[in-house]
Design a protein around this ligand. Structure first.
Ligand code: SAM
Length: 219
């Protein structure tokens, strides 16, 4: 059984200070990161890495995102406790667990079967209750749409139209878009049924979004 000691809590406080120093301001996001034991998502051999502001391999060629990236994307979402959120790319389940500290209504979809199974077990073990799905999240999750917020945690070649369609009016999509090496973080807001605004932020480096509107489907 993993434990969350004063030492871990201290390391989290130090991490949150770093994130604040790097410009993260959303109090809900900072509190969520201070609450979630990131070391629970790491194998014992790598516990020391858990509170560094770095991405880390989680197997299957995938990564747990850097804490700054998790904080930055979460802040861009302008999360509220009543939001229904869709996360694309469950991975380790860390970002999802951060989201769950802010709203109980989180849907998350993962393409890689072993990672999906592992995350599901993790959620069950820790009594967390996101709605988990296995499948191609580049098409969103139309059965449960609309969503107030959609977060994509893998780098996309384009903004998938399906995701725009699944946003509620006033809803926000945060998605890194670019080539396979570097992506620009975008925030797209659905202002009206057929009106969207787009804001561009800095560059990030994500593992590729796969699937129909991802790298395996795009030309
Ligand atoms: N949010 C994760 C976390 O907190 O650990 C990090 C995600 S990792 C950077 C990107 C994830 O997106 C990988 O687990 C990958 O398998 C998944 N992925 C890639 N393409 C996908 C798709 N089309 N649908 C759903 N998940 C996808």
């Amino acid at each position: 059984m993993q434990t969350d000691t004063y030492r871990h809590k201290g390391m989290r406080r130090a991490l949150v200070k770093q994130l604040r120093d790097k410009g993260i301001r959303d109090a809900r996001v900072l509190a969520a990161i201070e609450t979630v034991p990131r070391h629970f998502f790491f194998d014992k051999a790598f516990l020391e890495q858990a509170y560094q502001d770095k991405a880390f391999p989680i197997g299957e060629g995938q990564t747990i995102s850097q804490p700054y990236t998790v904080a930055f994307q979460s802040e861009l979402l302008r999360l509220r406790p009543t939001d229904k959120v869709l996360e694309i790319g469950t991975g380790s389940g860390y970002q999802c667990t951060v989201l769950l500290q802010i709203t109980p209504n989180v849907y998350t979809i993962e393409y890689n079967r072993p990672l999906y199974e592992k995350a599901r077990l993790f959620f069950r073990k820790h009594n967390l209750k996101p709605h988990t799905f296995h499948g191609d999240g580049s098409q969103g999750l139309p059965a449960y749409a609309p969503y107030d917020k959609i977060i994509v945690t893998a780098g996309a070649p384009i903004v998938p139209k399906e995701l725009l369609r699944q946003l509620s009016i006033g809803g926000i999509l945060v998605i890194p878009v670019g080539d396979e090496k570097l992506q620009k973080m975008l925030r797209i807001t659905r202002v009206e049924e057929n009106e969207f605004t787009k804001e561009e932020f800095s560059d990030f480096k994500f593992v590729p979004l796969l699937g129909r509107s991802g790298w395996s489907g795009a030309e």
